[in-house]
Design a protein around this ligand. Structure first.
Ligand SMILES: CCCCCCCC(=O)SCCNC(=O)CCNC(=O)[C@H](O)C(C)(C)COP(=O)(O)OP(=O)(O)OC[C@H]1O[C@@H](n2cnc3c(N)ncnc32)[C@H](O)[C@@H]1OP(=O)(O)O
Length: 140
């Protein structure tokens, strides 16, 4: 599921992160290995990349429920540096689901289970008109 050119999950985006999220109960899980071109400070993954991972996982939770959302708010805690070469696990699950709004918690952990970052997101379900305006078609 997803869109071919999405920066995080798009299979056809040559500059993308190519992460595949799978359903895990009512949530999702995915994995990512940081490379040199994802760093900010030497050998540390850039916080913007970390934010993208959490944002995307948060969007996949509603997608799995057949809901197309955008992120209205994303509050992130960066807890430990993610080093270049590390493989991390990204997971997210809903804490509240209503017709217009989902609250989603996400976290990133290292291979030893250490928590690297976590977030709380407010995801807004798009109306038909909003989807049309953004050019978002039917989910595949
Ligand atoms: C293939 C997978 C792709 C995954 C992509 C990853 C997810 C993303 O990064 S999406 C891109 C980043 N996000 C955006 O670009 C969103 C930009 N913002 C918008 O388009 C609009 O502000 C939008 C749609 C969120 C809300 O607009 P609108 O539909 O007019 O909402 P509105 O009717 O004012 O508010 C609805 C509710 O949401 C709340 N809300 C709206 N915006 C926000 C906000 N920014 N922060 C907090 N709450 C908000 C309102 O308070 C309201 O709550 P309540 O019903 O309790 O009063």
């Amino acid at each position: 599921m997803g869109f071919d050119y999405c920066f995080v999950c798009g299979e056809n985006n040559p500059h993308g992160l190519h992460i595949h999220f799978e359903r895990d109960g009512d949530g999702v899980v995915g994995y990512f290995q940081t490379e040199r071109h994802h760093m900010g400070w030497p050998n540390v993954q850039h916080g913007g990349i970390t934010s993208s991972l959490l944002d995307e996982a948060s969007a996949y939770v509603p997608l799995n429920l057949g809901l197309v959302t955008v992120t209205a708010q994303l509050n992130i805690s960066f807890k430990k540096p993610i080093r270049v070469g590390e493989r991390v696990r990204i997971e997210a699950h809903p804490t509240k689901v209503s017709s217009r709004l989902l609250l989603v918690e996400a976290r990133i952990t290292g291979e030893d289970g250490e928590e690297k970052a976590s977030s709380n997101a407010k995801m807004i379900v798009l109306t038909k008109a909003q989807k049309e305006e953004l050019g978002i078609g039917e989910l595949s």
